[in-house]
Design a protein around this ligand. Structure first.
Ligand SMILES: [Ca+2]
Ligand SMILES: [Ca+2]
Ligand SMILES: [Ca+2]
Length: 861
């Protein structure tokens, strides 16, 4: 997955959804027991009681990545989202790309204290209505049909609710009194079925590699019965589900997909209408439950003169304590109180109450922890050099591990073998790929669809937790690396890189700076595209869905042998095979992509000068050519979507080419683009505008000042929006990358206008990444800080582990008010997927923080 800007590609059914007829309303007799129910429909549009929320399609299946496990009927049980996907579904354990229902209508009734949702499966013209109502001990879910099930869905459609496996690991269940232990690892019964009986997956793709046998597999129940009790031994997790019609099945979705959940399901009966299924769901609630406070701070510690302020996140039923303390840990293991100070209430943000605790006066050096009531945090250092090493994992381990087209070793361990040596075939025309790539009616290259394109099997990084080469993020990564190189020249050398031998060895110095070797590795792929096509292309990705969800060694995603259609499927001969698994090059023309690539190549040409002169020369030539090819007259000040990205890319290309050549024409074009861009999107453009100052005159700097002040005002305003004082996004992909960019931009402003802007927002951004954020105080950089993200969406996520130095996206805000960041479940990509550009930008920010004069404060303008 990644943050594909592909939502435009999937709008059709969503638009249709609102036009469709809803079924006639079913008359719903509110349960006689509802009077005793504790759940109440709240102002936010979900059912609430202390310790339990029941969300009914507050979040919808959004169609972008299909089933993101954040939709339908959901439970937030004692603060943890433990159940999702409550809906009528067409498979026992739906996978990500199985069909999802769309919401035709969602009706809240405060009189009857119910939420009704009409769902539709377009392909089968099949509508169903869910009615959720509070009942004694919990709530009921009823399924109503106006028309009997379509024949094709008999024995297929059912009421499903999915429970988070990691919330139930090492716990038990009872089905009609029969005991069992919930499986830690999937090994439940399976059934093989003919392929043509399968409910089709998204757009005819298949997640299953059937090896040409025309079959697929389906999960069979672990247990069946009328009443299921999950985790009877756990007051916080116990949920009883009673089927008043039909039978309950308990299934383990992980047997077909590692990101599957435990599913509770009742089949809908054939040839029936009216109320066809009903459950009573009784989540146990601990009386007077309060979520424990979260004391959020930088897990990597603080510099002595740095402003130090912990954010305390509290249950809305909690009241802040008057004071908190900081203790120093002595060599003898004693704890000595160094500060006791006031806790300041901050107010509400989303669903919690907040307070802050300033402990700036603790200047160390030493090891400290914060004591808040009965809670003590992890110990953390205060010292001048706390940020010196915090980027080492990212450069030493994470980036080598992501390197494509090479073999990557670390001591006794191999991260992956030689990957994707069969790159790449020309993608077919008129094709919408499941990861957002698309091809129009022509290849726009000299290659025919399916033809092997030589020379692309070099350089680049896996874009994220998946394995594609996404040119835009690859180029941004190179650009961030060059910024770091030019500002700080880190000569760190802990990695051996042999491009000709396609071999990389972690923890093995080779006499060359690792950062330059990474810049070279990125530039090699960018240049390869310009050699093959005379321009950049959007990217390179595997053709089949059953390859896309690959978990494990990248070298086994394809067979590494060039496809030869004269061989039989799965037949191998020499360096060729009959298996059409070679990745596809998506080659549609895109000015934004070409200009983004040009910016990176121009930047790389500067860094590589003296390191690899021939490559530096080729990078600069390709950048200049791309610039000329994309040259256009001055653009309109209010561009559309496509033009908006193009102008941002052109601004960056002009800046990087100007820095590489000092040529006036880039300076002129930069200024032509910069002023309207600053007016239109200040936050996105101000960083580039300030970075251009060394190449432009004093008048330019003077003209920039009011924009800097305006931006500073916006930054100051953030501290009123949330207690963390950084921009927190609310999109479907959490916003750590934006926080890092915000902090880096703040640095450029502080550096260029020290009279106007102080260093504080830079460190605030870094502290957020290192633990001072909502939900928990975990450092979002795996392996960095005392307590950090140890289960993440790297390509080793099936093992519930991490790749050191990876930066996760962070806190996702689920509608309407639930900030979430799971630490025990790696598969929610919007919260936990490492991506290349964010990791490169983090290396830049860490180097900035290490050399920032934290004690400096700006004079008043
Ligand atoms: Ca991707
Ligand atoms: Ca090296
Ligand atoms: Ca192949």
């Amino acid at each position: 997955m990644d943050r594909a800007r592909s939502w435009l590609a999937y709008p059709a059914w969503r638009k249709l959804a609102v036009l469709l007829l809803s079924t006639a309303p079913v008359s719903v007799a509110a349960s006689a027991l509802a009077a005793d129910a504790a759940l109440k429909l709240n102002e936010q549009g979900y059912f609430e009681e202390r310790g339990l929320n029941v969300l009914v399609f507050s979040n919808e299946y959004n169609g972008m990545f299909f089933d993101e496990k954040t939709a339908g009927i959901e439970l937030i049980h004692h603060g943890v989202r433990t159940a999702t996907g409550g809906a009528v579904r067409l498979k026992p354990t739906p996978e990500q790309w199985d069909q999802i229902p769309k919401v035709v209508e969602r009706k809240l009734s405060r009189e009857s204290n119910t939420i009704e949702v009409t769902l539709r499966y377009e392909e089968f013209a099949f509508d169903s209505k869910l009615v959720v109502a509070p009942a004694a001990g919990g709530f009921s879910i009823g399924v109503y049909l106006d028309k009997p099930l379509p024949e094709r869905l008999e024995g297929r459609a059912g009421l499903n609710l999915e429970f988070l496996p990691s919330a139930y690991f090492q716990k038990t269940y009872l089905v009609d009194g029969r005991p069992g232990i919930l499986p830690l690892y999937p090994s439940g019964p399976m059934k093989v079925r003919p392929a043509d009986t399968q409910i089709p997956q998204f757009a005819g793709h298949s997640t299953f590699d059937d090896r040409g046998r025309h079959e697929y597999v389906e999960v069979e129940p672990i247990a069946t019965g009328k009443t299921l009790v999950l985790a009877p031994e756990s007051p916080e997790r116990r949920v009883t589900v009673r089927a008043t019609t039909g039978e309950l099945m308990l299934l383990d979705g992980r047997n077909v997909a590692q990101n599957g959940w435990y599913v509770v399901r009742t089949l809908l009966p054939a040839r029936a209408t009216g109320k066809v299924a009903e459950w009573l769901v009784e989540p146990h609630v601990v009386e007077g439950w309060k979520r424990p406070p979260v004391v959020a701070f930088s897990q990597a510690g603080y510099q002595p003169k740095q402003k130090k302020s912990a954010v305390i996140e509290l249950d809305p039923n909690d009241t802040p304590l008057d004071t908190a303390s900081v203790f120093e840990v002595t060599p003898e293991g004693a704890a000595v109180e160094r500060l006791k100070a006031r806790v300041e209430p901050w107010g509400r943000y989303l669903r919690y109450a907040y307070a802050t605790f300033d402990f700036s006066s603790v200047e160390g050096p030493g090891l400290f922890f914060i004591q808040y009531g009965g809670q003590r945090t992890e110990a953390f250092p205060v010292a001048a050099d706390v940020y010196r090493d915090i980027w080492h994992h990212t450069l030493d381990v994470w980036f080598p591990e992501q390197m494509d087209h090479v073999f990557v070793n670390e001591a006794y361990r191999v991260w992956h073998g030689l990957a994707h040596l069969d790159d790449a075939r020309q993608a077919p025309v008129d094709w919408q790929h499941f990861d957002g790539y698309r091809m129009g009616p022509s290849t726009e290259t000299k290659y025919a669809p399916g033809e092997h394109i030589p020379g692309l099997d070099v350089g680049g990084w896996f874009d994220a937790g998946d394995f594609d080469i996404r040119t835009g993020s690859l180029a941004d990564t190179v650009t961030h690396f060059v910024e770091t190189w030019e500002l700080f020249r880190p000569a760190r050398d802990e990695t051996f890189v042999d491009e000709a031998g396609r071999y990389v060895d972690i923890h093995r110095p080779d006499g060359k700076p690792d950062l330059l070797q990474q810049i070279e590795h990125g530039a090699l792929q960018l240049v390869a595209q310009h050699r093959a096509f005379g321009r950049a292309i959007p990217g390179i990705i595997e053709p089949q869905l059953h390859q896309y969800h690959h978990l494990g060694d990248a070298s086994t995603q394809t067979d590494g042998l060039a496809y030869d259609p004269s061989l039989r499927p799965y037949q191998r001969q020499g360096d060729r095979s009959g298996t059409p698994d070679d990745r596809w090059a998506f080659t549609g023309k895109s000015a934004a992509t070409n200009l983004t690539s040009a910016a990176a190549l121009a930047a790389a040409s500067r860094a590589l000068r003296g390191f690899d002169d021939a490559l530096a020369e080729e990078c600069l030539a390709a950048a200049k050519k791309a610039w000329s090819d994309e040259e256009q007259p001055a653009s309109s000040p209010t561009p559309g979507f496509e033009a908006f990205f193009r102008q941002g890319a052109e601004l960056n290309a002009a800046l990087q080419l100007l820095a590489a050549t000092k040529d006036r024409r880039y300076a002129d074009r930069f200024q032509e683009l910069a002023w309207p861009a600053l007016d239109r999107a200040l936050g996105r453009s101000i960083g580039a505008a300030v970075r251009a100052m060394p190449f432009l005159d004093a008048a330019y700097a003077k003209k920039l000042e009011p924009y800097v002040l305006k931006y500073k005002g916006e930054v100051d305003g953030l501290s009123k929006q949330n207690p963390y004082g950084v921009p927190i996004g609310t999109r479907g992909w959490a916003g750590n990358n934006e926080v890092i960019s915000f902090a880096v931009t703040s640095y450029y402003l502080q550096r260029a206008f020290p009279r106007l802007v102080g260093p504080e927002p830079v460190l605030r951004g870094l502290e957020y990444i290192l633990g001072r954020h909502p939900v928990s105080n975990t450092s979002f950089v795996s392996g960095v800080g005392t307590h950090s993200q140890r289960i993440a969406y790297g390509n080793n996520r099936a093992d519930f582990t991490f790749v050191a130095g990876g930066v996760v996206p962070g806190v996702l805000v689920l509608k309407p008010d639930f900030p979430e960041h799971k630490e025990d479940w790696p598969f929610l990509w919007g919260e936990n997927e490492y991506v290349v550009d964010a990791c490169a930008n983090y290396i830049l920010l860490a180097n900035i923080a290490n050399q920032l004069p934290a004690s400096a404060s700006p004079a008043r303008p």
